[in-house]
Design a protein around this ligand. Structure first.
Ligand code: APR
Ligand code: PHB
Length: 392
């Protein structure tokens, strides 16, 4: 058995776990990460690509902000469309802010390179991970790697192991409540080496379903269309994808759309989920392990980073001055922001998607809401305020 002793043991080396380890390391606090997948796999996963200013600030504060500052695209607005009707949400004039388009894959790479440079240990490709001894002063994470079993003992354990992780399950059901909503559709996403449809994102609602035109760079586009949960990627040829997308976005955009072969294609279900509380004894939960939002509005990573902001400051105060206030308040404070982002992501999802088996009244309500948005700067401002990210 390989034994490690550290200050904080972190399950999961996605963006949450790596950001936490980096901020702790900068403050002189030791952490070890335990990751189920080989890091090569973690580094190539494709996820959403819009960063709130708070997330960019956190990357900068962690000393990992150089590339996002250089390569991230600053967007001062985005488009909402309903059929051929278009409304630009002008983030700059409405709320005097912007968002940064920069893929989560790049955020993950930047964090990983920084952790490597700092010599922070990641025990990757670990199976049979378990959280043990939570009711003692020295909880631990155990698991097995190619070279045999290991144990990481620490003062605190943090679960950053995503929705399918094990850490959350260590909170007994008698104290834990899970809140969940599963949407009756998924998103089929493709990546293609083509010029983006527009210089800003387009969230397009249509009586046949939702589409999103996004991007990674001048020659790399990311598109999504709403699909059935029963659909498989094989049923969606590139031709069928492009035809459907073109029929659901405004015609002037569709006419000039550059299409090409997809270099990635995948289907993701849409879910809202929150676990309460996010702390139990010496265990803290952060990021997707504690909550999931549907991708409409791109809040997933941003919400994970606000958790990490609260948790890292709580841990740093505790280790530097013995002050437990931040740690004790972590769950309540993080959940307040989480629920507001849950509400926004649910609202944007409801506004833009077609729901199976809905009546004709529902479609009329979405249309009326879109038209009200078009005429009310106040309503647009509320949308913009949420989109750029609520304050930490
Ligand atoms: N043991 C160790 N690691 C695990 C285990 C386990 N039992 N289960 C899952 N993991 C790992 C996953 O392999 C993954 O690398 O935990 C990591 C969790 O990473 P993410 O799912 O990316 O979650 P998080 O780091 O909280 O990132 C926030 O924002 O946009 C959203 O979903 C998107 O990934 C994104 C998230
Ligand atoms: C993406 O670019 O992948 C993306 C952008 C905005 C979203 C979701 C995903 O709301």
């Amino acid at each position: 058995m390989q034994r490690f002793i550290t200050d904080i043991a972190i399950v999961g080396a996605g963006p949450s776990g790596m950001m936490l380890a980096k901020l702790l390391h900068n403050a002189g606090i030791r952490a070890i990460l335990i990751e189920r997948q080989p890091m090569q796999h973690v580094l190539t996963r494709i996820r959403a690509g819009v960063l709130e200013q708070g997330s960019v600030n956190l990357l900068t504060q962690a000393g990992v902000g150089a590339r996002v500052a250089r390569e991230g695209q600053r967007h001062s607005g985005f488009m909402l469309s309903y059929g051929d009707d278009q409304l630009r949400i002008d983030l700059e004039s409405l709320v005097n802010s912007e968002v940064t388009v920069y893929g989560q894959t790049e955020v993950t790479k930047d964090l990983y390179n920084a952790l490597n440079a700092d010599g922070i240990v990641i025990l990757d490709h670990a199976s049979e991970t378990a959280v043990i001894d939570l009711d003692t002063e020295q909880p631990a994470i155990t698991g097995v790697r190619d070279d045999g079993p290991f144990e990481v003992r620490a003062q605190f354990v943090v679960g950053c192991d995503g929705f399918r992780g094990i850490a959350r399950q260590a909170i007994p059901e008698s104290v834990r409540t899970d809140y969940e909503r599963i949407y009756p559709f998924g998103w089929l996403g493709i990546l293609s080496e083509t010029k983006p449809a527009n210089h800003e994102l387009i969230y397009a609602s249509h009586p046949n379903g939702f589409s999103l035109c996004s991007m990674r760079s001048e020659r790399l586009s990311r598109y999504y269309i709403q699909c059935s949960l029963q659909d498989t990627v094989d049923e969606w040829s590139d031709e069928r994808f492009w035809e459907t997308l073109k029929s659901q976005i405004p015609q002037d955009i569709a006419q000039s759309l550059e299409t090409g072969p997809s270099i990635e294609k995948s289907i993701a279900p849409l879910r809202s989920f929150v676990c309460e509380p996010l702390q139990y004894q010496r265990l803290f939960i952060a990021g997707d392990a504690g909550h999931i939002v549907p991708p409409t509005g791109a809040k997933g990573l941003n919400l994970a980073f606000s958790d990490i902001h609260y948790l890292s400051s709580g841990l740093i105060s505790y280790f530097h001055s013995g002050d437990e206030t931040g740690l004790n308040g972590y769950s309540d404070k993080a959940l307040k922001r989480i629920w507001k982002s849950e509400r926004f992501s649910w609202w944007m999802t409801s506004l833009l998607h077609k729901f199976e088996s809905e009546d004709t009244f529902a479609e009329k309500m979405r249309r009326a809401e879109f038209e009200f948005l078009c005429q009310s700067r106040d309503y647009q401002r509320a949308l913009a305020e949420n989109y750029i990210g609520l304050p930490y």
